[in-house]
Ligand binder design. Structure first.
Ligand code: UTP
Length: 317
């Protein structure tokens, strides 16, 4: 869990968010056909589903209340965080304490709540389902297909900043010019002097969804972590369907921005795993498998030999 610095504490204006919402009701078309029956949030990265990495990230940031927005065919996501008494008894009887701890651990990470988005009408629409659970308190939104390196988290800094500004806090990565048209891109200016102690923070002055390369106001792309004030729900209700006919969270945030809600972003330069499509997913598996103390040494040895063979005369042919 992160700690406020004395200086940050002096600036705290409101409560730090204590709940997270994970919208996971999308159709996951970029990963078909794998995701026809299996939610992309349950694809395994080594031996844990993606969603577990995300709930662990929330839990390490001090968030122990997680609302999963699910849809058709997605109930298995909730089962993953439930107790499994029969399985646990079998592992205990076998004396397999390591796996027993792993199985039990998932049900101890956080209180998991769930609700269903009847139809996937957009990220903003999905987030609107959290209103009765969250009320008017600030909350975090964590997209269900990306997460950050365990030893270099971003969420604690975002939660601390939101408690100080009371507004919207976004996460940015810097993308190359030829990729700006795949993301929401922010126009930004320097943050206020009283936020000088926050690393990599900028004030957001505008947001554009997937701009052409020559029209992008910066290279700062919005990625899947948001800390939002409770006023977002009322803004979503006023938001008309936008890009793709969907109710976009970006449009609701842009509405609050024009009405004076402070919007800041933190530029993340650590390792981010994006498992929403096959290439990013494969990279995440290889990176995280290599870091494992149990599997890593043997996996890296195999990987080096495999790559050497690819680069060698046989592979080059
Ligand atoms: P994405 O844009 O990644 O869409 O949604 P998707 O359906 O998951 O995947 P693709 O693009 O078709 O491959 C961002 C996040 O918002 C959720 C998704 O589950 C994902 O976590 N979402 C999106 C919803 O929960 N409901 C929606 O109506 C749309």
């Amino acid at each position: 869990m992160s700690e406020h610095t004395p200086k940050a504490q002096a600036n705290v204006r409101g409560p730090r968010a204590t709940k997270a919402v994970i919208p996971a009701a999308g159709l996951a078309t970029r990963f078909l056909p794998a995701t026809k029956a299996v939610p992309k949030e349950l694809l395994p990265v080594v031996d844990r589903p993606v969603l577990q990495y995300i709930v662990e990230e929330a839990s390490r940031s001090g968030i122990n209340d997680v609302l999963l927005i699910t849809g058709r065919g997605k109930t298995s996501m909730v089962d993953h965080f439930d107790r499994q008494p029969y399985l646990e008894a079998r592992l205990e009887a076998k004396g397999d304490m390591e796996r027993l701890a792993a199985v039990r651990g998932t049900s101890e990470l956080a209180e998991i709540y769930t609700c269903r988005q009847g139809e996937p009408l957009g990220l903003g629409h999905a987030v609107s389902y959290a209103e009765s659970h969250v009320g008017d308190a600030p909350f975090a939104v964590l997209l269900g297909d990306e997460f950050t390196a365990e030893d270099d988290p971003l969420l604690p800094q975002m939660l601390d900043l939101q408690a100080r500004t009371g507004g919207i806090v976004l996460a940015f990565i810097e993308v190359p010019d030829d990729e700006v048209n795949r993301y929401g891109i922010a126009s930004v200016e320097s943050a206020e002097p009283d936020l000088a102690d926050v690393d990599n923070v900028v004030r957001v002055t505008g947001l554009v969804e997937k701009p052409a390369r020559d029209q992008a106001p910066s290279n700062l792309a919005v990625v899947g972590r948001y800390v939002l004030p409770g006023t977002i729900f009322e803004a979503i209700k006023r938001t008309k369907p936008g890009s793709g006919g969907e109710i976009q969270l970006t449009d609701a945030m842009a509405l609050l921005l024009t009405e004076g809600t402070p919007v800041h972003g933190i530029v993340y330069r650590g390792v981010r795993y994006d498992t929403g499509m096959p290439l990013g997913y494969l990279q995440a598996v290889v990176q995280l498998a290599s870091q494992r103390t149990d599997l890593g040494p043997a996996f890296k040895e195999w990987l080096k030999a495999f790559v050497a063979e690819l680069d060698g005369p046989a592979g080059a042919a």
